[in-house]
Design a protein around this ligand. Structure first.
Ligand code: BGC
Length: 707
């Protein structure tokens, strides 16, 4: 590849570092983008120097763009096609936040695997996924794209996605290269407002916020996307500490670093670059290889080299990484790799893929409340199906731009096949309901929630309740004296305080994708027992935000002992309405016999224990056994509880399953003041349970190594 680099002119080299949209290459494509791409001002000649493409619709479009490019470019180096395949191509899986609720890495891997297979038929080579930003503020619309508030769960699932996408190698047809994003700390956007500034200590950055990306890289992710935000006052896109010291030196990452959309130029708005030229200089020096959607490199790197402000070696290094990626993807052997209209017809939205999407959806929903066995529904019941989602097919959620809601069935269509009788009305005005039908029904199922456009990028909110109209509607339904089941659709944890007491059962579905309605019906009727667990805490009130289970203790923890000068609110409890890891099942599980093999163990040894899980109910079901640790005394304050392992287990009714866990040194390690990651001897509390709040506990001790 070095030889190839040396045959390129400077302009051709820089071209490899630019990514633009497909419509530049072929006029007829819709200019379905905003902002900077539209006024790039690059000439036709320059277009045929660029190196990669952002977003492509299907095989036909890809083939045409690639063909046109190869005809017109001198060097004939194929374009690389990248796109946001976030939770499916056309077979849409649950949104990542919902997939996180499965606590099932294999299912998440499967979703990514199928996304790759489908997207590759469009000739897409790289997906901008997973988003491994740790998310602790539900006001931020992008929490829907991530795996929630816990670094461990986030890391495990980000790694599973990478394994699913890249599978047995990015050279093989049907596999995508994975680009983990947004490096780093984008989830910290202040006050949950997207693109807002961020502030985090280096200690916390390494302890909590980098974990997800690191695990994705350990799993082999081939690209990294930078974030829009600042780290230590420097935009991530031009941040040499992040991109060189951490990524290249510490993590030994040798893949491609790409900016986020326009984020190189936006360093001017941040006030850290004087102009585009300054941005280009800082970007290439910091280690940014490809700039997305802008042309600062094109315009300015030649002059910067001439003026000796940028070393050509930096450009050669970046170009080499891009070309190596193209080589590893097999593009030099076949520039059209994967793109096939015939294969798309066979594979995309195939029955097998839809079945897999259903399988994931069935484990992604979380049963939040079920008073007195309101659920499951029984087939002989007469159902009134109400709410704005009663008839809607639009349950694919944000970031599913290849997906089409019309491929879904609506909930009323599916429930028709289940209920003894079904009265359907999707108004949100109680006075518009047919009273006779409501009175005649046994139970009210209210499918309600946020629209797909209320979460995702640039869709932040200060009010995370259901709308006033929705809350009023649910309140008004009380007059009918029927049991109320809420089926919720939303892209973030909501403040449910206004509807919790009004409902008898709540099934949180987030957005479950193509088979949303089928999954909901199966869960409501216990053809599948709910097993999802919350990956983010649901606050009682937006004023508690950010709220997460793995917080640090204060010097004055609230003890409810009458002492006023402790850490609490005058008007609200400290704890969330529903905590991380929480989720009900139609089964009841009891945890017992926490047997620790080595309550005192030496550093470097594994720590082992077992736990019995008994299903005391009349239904078979899945339970997620969660293992948490608290490090009692450390060099820096440690969280009151941290997830260290989990295992989802199937337990038949009236049966007991014994699970064994082995924790290694990593589970006991943390980032020290000097940023080293290691364990210290001392006491820990081990917690084992089915949520972050309900747990058995015991003290264990790590001793210094045996001499
Ligand atoms: C988003 C990224 C996305 C990129 C390309 C940006 O606005 O922040 O997550 O991958 O656009 O579509």
């Amino acid at each position: 590849m070095k030889d190839l680099v040396s045959t390129l002119t400077l302009e051709e080299k820089i071209g490899q570092l630019i990514q633009i949209a497909p419509f530049f290459y072929i006029e007829k494509i819709d200019k379905n983008v905003f902002g900077p791409l539209l006024d790039l001002g690059i000439s036709e000649e320059e277009i045929f120097l660029t190196g990669s493409v952002l977003g492509i619709k299907d095989a036909e479009e890809m083939i045409e763009v690639q063909k046109t490019y190869l005809e017109k470019s001198r060097h004939k180096i194929p374009l690389m096609f990248m796109a946001d395949i976030i939770h499916g191509y056309k077979t849409i899986f649950p949104v990542p936040l919902a997939m996180a609720a499965t606590f099932n890495p294999n299912l998440v891997k499967k979703a990514a695997r199928i996304s790759s297979i489908e997207a590759q038929t469009a000739g897409i080579h790289v997906t901008f996924s997973p988003m491994a930003d740790l998310t602790r503020d539900p006001r931020w619309g992008r929490v829907v794209e991530g795996f929630g508030e816990d670094p461990y769960l986030n890391g495990v699932l980000a790694a599973s996605m990478v394994q699913g996408y890249q599978h047995d190698g990015i050279d093989k047809e049907g596999n995508l290269a994975s680009c983990v994003k947004h490096f780093a700390g984008y989830g910290l956007s202040e006050a949950g407002r997207d693109y807002n500034t961020t502030d985090v200590s280096r200690l916390n950055l390494h302890q909590y916020y980098l974990t997800g990306y690191k695990k994705a890289l350990d799993a082999g992710a081939r690209l990294v996307m930078t974030a829009f935000n600042l780290i230590e006052g420097v935009p991530a896109t031009t941040n040499a500490y992040l991109l060189r010291e951490v990524l290249r030196d510490q993590y030994q990452f040798d893949g491609v670093v790409i900016s986020d959309y326009d984020s190189l130029k936006e360093t001017i708005e941040h006030g850290t670059s004087k102009d585009e030229k300054d941005a280009a200089r800082q970007g290439i020096i910091a280690g940014l290889d490809i700039e997305m959607a802008t042309a600062a490199y094109f315009r300015n790197l030649p002059a910067l080299i001439q003026e000796n402000k940028v070393d050509i070696a930096l450009i050669d290094e970046a170009v080499l990484r891009v070309l190596e990626l193209k080589r590893d993807l097999g593009l030099f052997d076949n520039p059209y790799k994967g793109a096939s209209v015939t294969k798309a017809k066979q594979l995309v939205l195939s029955e097998a893929h839809k079945k897999a999407s259903l399988e994931v959806a069935l484990e992604s929903a979380v049963l939040l409340k079920n008073d007195g066995g309101t659920l499951p529904l029984k087939k002989e019941m007469k159902i009134a199906l109400l709410g704005n989602y009663a008839t809607s097919k639009d349950t694919i959620g944000p970031w599913s731009w290849h997906g089409n809601p019309s491929d879904n069935n609506s909930l009323d269509d599916v429930l028709n096949g289940y209920a003894a009788s079904l009265y359907v009305n999707d108004t949100l005005e109680a006075h518009l309901l047919d009273e006779t039908s409501i009175n005649d029904s046994d139970i009210l199922v209210v499918a309600i929630g946020e629209s797909r456009r209320e979460s995702g990028e640039a869709h932040s909110k200060t009010n995370i309740k259901l709308s006033n109209q929705q809350e009023r509607f649910i309140n008004d339904l009380k007059q009918f004296n029927k049991k109320i089941v809420l089926v919720l659709f939303n892209g973030r944890p909501l403040d449910l305080s206004g509807v919790i007491d009004q409902s008898n059962a709540i099934l949180e579905t987030f957005f479950l994708g193509t088979c949303s309605s089928e999954a909901i019906a199966m869960l409501l009727y216990n053809e599948k027992n709910p097993s999802g667990k919350l990956p983010m805490s649901f606050p009682r009130n937006v004023g508690q935000v950010p709220i997460y289970y793995n917080y640090l203790n204060t010097g004055r923890p609230f003890k409810n002992d009458g002492n006023e000068y402790t850490s609490f609110y005058l008007d609200e409890k400290n704890d969330p309405l529903f905590s991380f890891g929480y989720g009900l099942s139609y089964s009841q599980f009891e945890f017992s016999n926490l047997i620790v093999k080595n309550a005192v163990f030496y550093k470097g040894e594994t720590f082992q224990f077992s736990i019995d899980v008994t299903n005391t109910s009349a239904f078979d079901g899945y339970e997620v056994v969660q293992v948490y640790l608290r490090d009692m005394v450390a060099e820096v304050s440690r969280p009151v509880k941290e997830l260290k392992a989990f295992n989802k287990v199937f337990v038949k009714k009236n049966e007991t399953v014994t699970l064994e866990f082995v924790l290694d040194d990593e589970a006991f390690s943390y980032v020290h003041r000097d940023l080293s990651f290691k364990s210290d001897a001392g006491d820990f509390i081990l917690y084992v349970g089915n949520s972050s709040t309900s747990t058995l506990e015991t003290k264990i001790t790590m001793k210094e190594g045996k001499l």
